[in-house]
Design a protein around this ligand. Structure first.
Ligand code: VGL
Ligand code: ZN
Length: 196
């Protein structure tokens, strides 16, 4: 079920971790992960046409990060800061004025949330943003945790249904994450229902 969504001057777009390592062929490929790029590019256009801000988070790990299997974590080495795998997908049309949010940059700390030890909340406040449109990777990790944090911080959150994909380590993780986000107050819309 979806509803019409009018973009307002208090909206910002949060593009989560659309990085080569999370795309097919990458070190931690999310199934069908590249499918988020086209809808996200449309959202980027909607917002930039109205001079509204676009934030792009990126997983930006040092070598030996605690989330890697060699360090006892659950993930293969991925998104090493400065590496090709950590670059934004080339097809993602980030605007010149994009605000880049690097996260999980310290060896001993992981953060799935784009709000974890970053400037994202302060920057949104500074720009008068009270609602975030959200899409990216992965539904069951960084998207979920960022959305739940945004709601806790008092933002309205609109998840773009076509612009998320899940890792699904266990089948159904993505769907369970969507339910969790909805139960916490996130609204899901189809890109078709965004009024330009
Ligand atoms: C992510 C697993 C490990 C994500 C980041 O961006 O969803 N997932 N690091
Ligand atoms: Zn990571």
């Amino acid at each position: 079920m979806t509803q019409r969504l009018d973009i307002t001057e208090h909206d910002g777009l949060l593009v989560i971790d659309v990085q080569n390592d999370f795309l097919p062929g990458g070190a931690l490929a999310v199934p069908d992960g590249d499918a988020v790029i086209t809808p996200l590019n449309r959202c980027i256009t909607f917002l930039t046409e109205k001079d509204l801000p676009v934030f792009a988070s990126r997983d930006w790990h040092p070598a030996g990060h605690c989330s890697f299997t060699g360090q006892g974590g659950i993930w293969p080495v991925h998104c090493l800061a400065g590496s090709p795998g950590a670059r934004f997908a080339p097809a993602l049309a980030l605007p010149e004025q994009v605000v880049i949010i690097s996260k999980a940059t310290k060896p001993e700390r992981d953060s799935y949330s784009a709000f974890g030890e970053t400037e994202l909340d302060a920057l949104c406040r500074l720009k008068g943003i009270s609602r975030l449109l959200v899409g990216g990777l992965a539904t069951d990790y960084c998207v979920k945790n960022s959305v739940l944090d945004a709601l806790k911080l008092g933002y309205e959150v609109v998840v773009i249904q076509e612009a998320i994909r899940a890792v699904d380590l266990r089948p159904g993780d993505g769907l369970r994450a969507e339910t969790e986000m909805r139960n916490a107050g996130a609204v899901f819309v189809s890109i078709r229902d965004i009024v330009q």
